[in-house]
Design a protein around this ligand. Structure first.
Ligand code: ADP
Length: 275
């Protein structure tokens, strides 16, 4: 039997612990906010000089080729490709920090799915041809208008398709569009490849920021490991999800499923400190 005194002591202890937890969670929120703000500012400050580097190195090589040695032309190309890679990384970090801060602006408009698939076909047909793999788009040919954020949907699909191409050396990459019924009409975009596949135990990992299935230091494929985590967060903002089916050495299928009619209301509540 506990005495009243012991009970009172326990309750004071519990209260103190609660206050401590509350304080820690406020500290955590604050440091997450500082981190997101820092990243957003940093990314902005880095972009400006980098854009000048890219522009000037392009002008240098474009207008000057007759005055430059082969080596100099080669160097200018390296500056451009490294700079473009860095710009991509900065944009990805900026996207992640915006998503984390609940500050990713979305614009839901009516768009034709065919416009999107045509755009992707144009964008990727050259590189797939160069790599000797087929790029197929499969749909039922019925016109389909959906309401979503076009730029962000395209960003997800471009990321999935460029991954599929990167990790496939022969065979094909297919983008299949399907409507699924149910209460809420959904549309799914499956990106299928016949590439290296992802081992089962690595599958949950690939959606984490900076994680790659091949974590070895001598990685064969470049990349930042940010694309899929951004894509998964973007799919959530569009009120959808991304699922993965894959078999090692056989291929992978990433499917993004979103509502046919999405809306801004669905956007996740920003964290309290981001309001
Ligand atoms: P990145 O491609 O820049 O490394 P992502 O976040 O897009 O970053 O992908 C994370 C990891 O998931 C990749 O490094 C790769 O290991 C794995 N992955 C993604 N897509 C595929 C795919 N289509 N086939 C095989 N592995 C893939």
């Amino acid at each position: 039997q506990q005495t009243n005194e012991e009970l009172a002591e326990r309750s004071t202890l519990l209260e103190e612990r609660n206050v401590e937890i509350q304080r820690k969670s406020e500290d955590l929120e604050l440091s997450t906010r500082y981190k997101s703000e820092f990243l957003a500012n940093m990314s902005h400050e880095l972009r400006t000089p980098l854009n000048s580097i890219l522009l000037l190195s392009r002008l240098l090589s474009e207008n000057n080729e007759e005055n430059m040695s082969g080596e100099q032309i080669e160097f200018a190309k390296v500056i451009q490709s490294s700079g473009t890679g860095l710009l991509g990384l900065i944009d990805e970090i900026l996207d992640l920090s915006k998503i984390e801060a609940g500050k990713m602006d979305l614009e839901f408009i009516e768009i034709s799915v065919k416009d999107i698939t045509d755009g992707l076909k144009n964008l990727f047909s050259e590189i797939t041809k160069e790599k000797g793999i087929a790029f197929k788009i499969v749909d039922d040919n019925a016109p389909l208008v959906i309401k979503t954020d076009k730029m962000r949907l395209e960003q997800i699909l471009k990321n999935l398709i460029s991954n599929a191409i990167k990790f496939t050396s022969e065979g094909s990459v297919t983008l299949e569009v399907k409507k699924s019924g149910g209460e809420e009409k959904m549309v799914s975009f499956a990106v299928r490849d016949t590439g290296i596949g992802i081992p089962l135990d690595k599958q949950p990992l690939v959606f984490e920021a900076f994680q790659q299935a091949d974590g070895s230091t001598k990685r064969k494929y470049g990349g930042t490991g940010l694309g899929l985590s951004i894509s998964r967060e973007l799919a959530k903002l569009l009120r959808g999800e991304i699922t993965l089916k894959s078999k090692e050495n056989e291929g992978s299928e990433f499917t993004v499923t979103i509502p046919v009619i999405g809306s801004e209301l669905a956007v996740a509540e920003p964290a309290p400190w981001a309001k």
